[in-house]
Design a protein around this ligand. Structure first.
Ligand code: ATP
Ligand code: MG
Length: 435
């Protein structure tokens, strides 16, 4: 940073951020801070997205007030922070995140900033000035500040020209900044996908070089990032970039190794991610359990087939393979237990759906996990598994009256269902109706 250069301020007349694009609650917080004589700026994704003509997902505020001063100022607030201390100001369900200016000092003597030997920042709570706060942020386009005092923009790091050229550029040296926090690689991919920006070549090179450092990231933090990667509505593009930058292997290790072997896994995962994007676009609910079950399915299926070959029953094989796939060395992302249970149910259900013997089908449709498992079956069919007839049977079965359902069960008989669950390349199967 160069203290000689003038503060790079863009006056209100020369930029497009208007108060109309800022949420009422964020404005309330900004004005309250100003009234109490603190500095207050909108920063991060909020400013960036408004400048790009997009609706911001959330509004982050930076100030010179300390967390304690903030808590005193806002009764509806609390101090939070796993890594940094932030203040959440709550308005009903809406939360505005307010952070005190931080510096990114590398001074290891300072015990408020702990670093481990290889450059990774573990704790980072040194308060600083506006300028220092700008330089410790990740990308130039994320370090633009909107000043509530005079409605100007402050751009220390060159974010505005990078927005113009749609460039995602790391602030400072990408070698060091990715060492400090490897999650920045995932953030780069997520933002490049969401905004359709190009990752600047030096950053690109370092992502390819430093991917392995994601192994140093705690699994809970990886989980938070993975949720943002796949549930922000741009999953498809994100997946392409994760593969291109060879990062998927640090999130879903087994999936990544399956992808190189066959076309089906790639197709299956792409369809699952695309469906999630569509559901988000249509405002339909999405559950991480379903998408994660899909992410791991090709690997689970492969392993389960191998187990069947050595004598396990199909259900046993699926259970064992599912349990293994979820172990931390295969899935370093800390998927919460409640989702892991659902994932296992979805996998186990695949076997039962493939053999709707006798009256069992009547019970299965009533099961709370049936819908997810059925959707999962459709996904497998769409990706090229020979399950056309079976899917049709289940679709019809669900829509049928109770009487017709009984009839459909009867005609199923005790079943040759096992025949159906063969290889993807095998010929199209039909459900075991009595022909
Ligand atoms: P989104 O639209 O997803 O909210 P965002 O850029 O606002 O994108 P946040 O996670 O809300 O992302 O972070 C807010 C801001 O905090 C970022 O814009 C960036 O300036 C800074 N930031 C977040 N994570 C990091 C990080 N790992 N390293 C440095 N700065 C970060
Ligand atoms: Mg944000």
């Amino acid at each position: 940073m160069n203290n000689q250069s003038p503060v790079p301020i863009v006056p209100r007349a020369d930029h497009s951020v208007s108060r109309q694009s800022i949420s009422e609650n964020a404005l309330k917080v900004l004005y309250r801070l100003k009234k109490a004589n603190y500095d207050a700026y909108l920063v991060g994704g909020g400013v960036r997205d408004i400048l790009l003509g997009k609706q911001p997902k959330d509004f982050d505020i930076a100030t010179n007030a300390s967390p304690e001063q903030l808590r005193d100022l806002f009764r509806n607030s609390r101090i939070i922070g796993r890594r940094f201390r932030l203040v959440h100001v709550r308005f009903g369900r809406d939360i505005i995140e307010v952070a005190t200016f931080r510096s990114g000092h590398t001074d290891t003597d300072d015990d408020t900033l702990a670093r481990v030997a290889d450059g990774l920042i573990v704790r980072d709570n040194v308060y600083g000035t506006l300028e220092e706060d700008a330089w410790r942020r990740d990308f130039t386009i994320n370090a633009l500040y909107y000043n509530i005092d005079d409605f100007s923009l402050v751009d220390y790091t060159g974010g505005l020209p990078d927005l113009e050229t749609r460039t995602l550029r790391m602030i400072g040296d990408p070698v060091v900044r990715l060492q400090e926090d490897p999650v920045r690689m995932l953030r780069a991919v997520r933002l490049a996908a969401k905004l359709d920006f190009n990752i600047e070549p030096q950053l690109e090179e370092q992502i390819l070089a430093q991917g392995e450092r994601l192994e140093l990231v705690p699994s809970a933090r990886l989980y938070d990032e993975v949720i943002k990667l796949f549930f922000s509505g741009h999953g498809q593009h994100t997946l392409i970039l994760l593969e291109q930058y060879r990062l998927l292997q640090y999130l879903f290790t087994l999936t990544s190794s399956c992808l190189s072997k066959d076309d089906y896994p790639e197709k299956f995962i792409q369809i699952a991610v695309r469906n999630t994007d569509r559901r988000i676009a249509d405002d339909l609910p999405v559950t991480p359990a379903f998408l994660f079950a899909a992410m791991l399915w090709p690997a689970v299926q492969e392993q389960s087939r191998a187990l069947e070959k050595v004598g396990h029953s199909p259900l046993q094989a699926l259970n064992i393979a599912g349990g293994e796939a979820l172990q931390v060395h295969h899935t370093p992302v800390a998927i919460p237990k409640r989702f892991r249970l659902v994932m296992k149910e979805i996998w186990g259900f695949q076997n039962r759906l493939e053999q709707p013997k006798g009256k069992r089908a009547l019970k299965l449709v009533e099961h709370p996990r049936f819908r997810a498992a059925y959707d999962f079956l459709l996904l497998r069919n769409e990706a090229g598994e020979p399950l056309d007839e079976l899917c049709k049977w289940w679709t019809e079965f669900q829509q049928a009256s109770r009487e017709v359902q009984h009839e459909m069960c009867r005609t199923l008989g005790g079943g040759s269902g096992r025949k159906r669950r063969r290889s993807r390349s095998g010929k199209k199967s039909s459900p075991n109706k009595s022909e």
